[in-house]
Ligand binder design. Sequence first.
Ligand code: NOJ
Length: 752
Amino acid sequence: MNGRAFSRRAFLAGSVALAPVARALAQARAQAPDPHIEDLLRQMTLEEKAAQLTIFRSPTASAAINPQGPHEPTREEALADAGRGMAAGYFNGFDPAFNRALQQRAVEDSRLRIPLIFAGDVIHGLKTTFPIPLAEAASFDPELCRRTARASAEEASALGLHWTFAPMVDIARDERWGRVMEGAGEDPWLGARIAAARVRGFQGDDLRAENSLLACPKHFAGYGGVEGGMEYNSVEISETALRQVHLPPFEAAFAAGALTTMTGFNDVAGVPSTADRHLLTEILREEWRFPGLVVSDFQSVRELIPHGFAADEEDAVLKAFTAGCDVALSDDIYVRHLPALVRDGRLAEAALDQSVRRMLRLKKASGLFANPYRSLDPGRAAKAARRPEALALARETARKSIVLLKNENNQLPLPKTGKSLAFIGPFVSDKDQTLGNWSLNGMPELAVSLEEGVRAALSSDARCTFTPGCAAESEIPGGIEAAVQAAREADIAVLYLGETGKMSGESAATTSIVIPHCQQALAEAVAATGRPLVVILKHGRALALQGAARDAPAVLCSWFLGSESGRALADIVFGDFAPQGRLPVSFPRAPGQEPFYYDHRPTGRPQIGDVTDFTARYREVANEPLFAFGHGLTFSVLDYGETKLSAPRLSRDGALKISARIVNRGGRAAHEVAQLYIHRRVAAITQPVRQLKGVQHVALAPGETKEVVFELRPSDLAYVQPDLSMRADAGLFDIWIAPSAVGGQKASFSLD
Ligand code: NOJ
């Protein structure tokens, strides 16, 4: 297969199948009055209207997911509210029987019989748990992300949901932030493509279908920029960075048909996003003509008070609502204050109507007026859970998410016979930490541990041992001694080290992105045995590797891989599947380099060669990654030829073809991920040292050469100008086809 064909299919996938969603979006945009909805609006009281702008946490939601809030209904209260038309819907109740009971109350008992909508955080699957979103992004394959989102929608809709609070499309550039694991990494180009693919996957091609899940790209906007990576912290990003880095994945998600978005807990330059008129109205509604619904984050309306942006609840409601936040999540604050604000004349009823109209349109678009019991069939839940094809997809995705960071002396793959293997580390036999954070309804007890995956891959008489050595964050008595003994008795030692699921995700920011101390000590002790070493990392963020974990001849980055974790790891470790993942986040050399990302702007004093004094760097390390964005080895050896251009100049109505030959010089088949990067040399606002502009997947047999061809048009070279417009002005560019954000051969061209 030609690399170009593969890539085009992957990146364009969905645009054809999307037609019905695009039509729904176009209809929503047209804003033609819907007589049925207008009739309902005429009949609704102010209280009923405010209730349509409130989504409560389900009384069946697990307390482990969201902190218990001050105004959350019990089961009885929720049933009574539903019967009085006093809620728009509920979230995180993965219980089709209870959701159905609520729906029955809403459509049989309530005055206007408006159906409820059920939402939830479906972040990387449910009973079938896929790799964490960051891991999946390492596939550099949006089509794969579309497929896992589709499979997640199948299960979620069978568990009684119509709407997911996903994908999280925040660009994250500081690995101290725990929520790095929920997104697609540091790059806006890749992030935008994955965001769109996930939206298409969740929603399918018919929003009214039993298995469709409305998408909710979040958090609008700038949450990934929290200062110092500290959770819920302030954000100080320029309007230029907002538009060039943080907003593109949202635009892509809306263009792909997303009809909802969620605000964040953060402020941007002192204005909390839940009450940011510039974001929620000027950009979202006026510039982008977004027709959908804006929902707050979990009680983020009332959080305007501790933010110091609102004096009290009423002030918070007025500020959030008038800024453009249609719905309050997990809080009755809108119900208690919106009606009075309208009665006092401080809020126009027409504004309330407009938000209610959006909610009712959303319910209509997802088929709930026509069939309120859509996706509420308790009988479907068991049948839809953990279907063989979903588990096969989980394994495929997990394999494609693993990144081979290092492989000196072809240490990997390991032989299946003839050598004894010692698997060492707190996670070798563990199941609880396989799924990673945000694995709501995941079934860790059914997840495949590394030990199970390895044993299944080897014959029963294979010589392998599994020794924890320590717990994730503490020593165990005699642990290191037992691990050293196991390593000594084996031919090869494999260390499985890193983070627990709870060490990344919401509320899991860290000051230091390193392997926990006790595990590092274990690694040093095992390395000191002199046995050939392989390190497998488990993590929800890029780590700053030190000592034995960095210096081992072979290092695999494996994130949290989900239900099929152990099997996918064994597939790679024993060479049944060649690694093809690429880093969607840069691995720094030291934690103190964070925030650290490949597409930084050039400084006036870059470090060139060995000159270190008075250059932009830290004393201890060069301003370089340990492993660059886009990096990932195969089991073979690939050479990139010259980057060739179809012309030295690109005209305004033209297209530039960029090509390079890639040779597989090694003895094994390889799946290469070729990347196109550009750099604009001079600009009105300085532009990054490199920017990703294309990706192609290429399969190469041993000895085979293939040419990859990319195409660029002037619009691909646009950047945010000082007047905030997005334009490509004339200029000189450097360009690379490369295996990562470093390397590749440079060519140059000009845009007329
Ligand atoms: C808070 C998180 O920030 C958000 O992403 C999530 O959707 C809500 N809680 C609901 O669980």
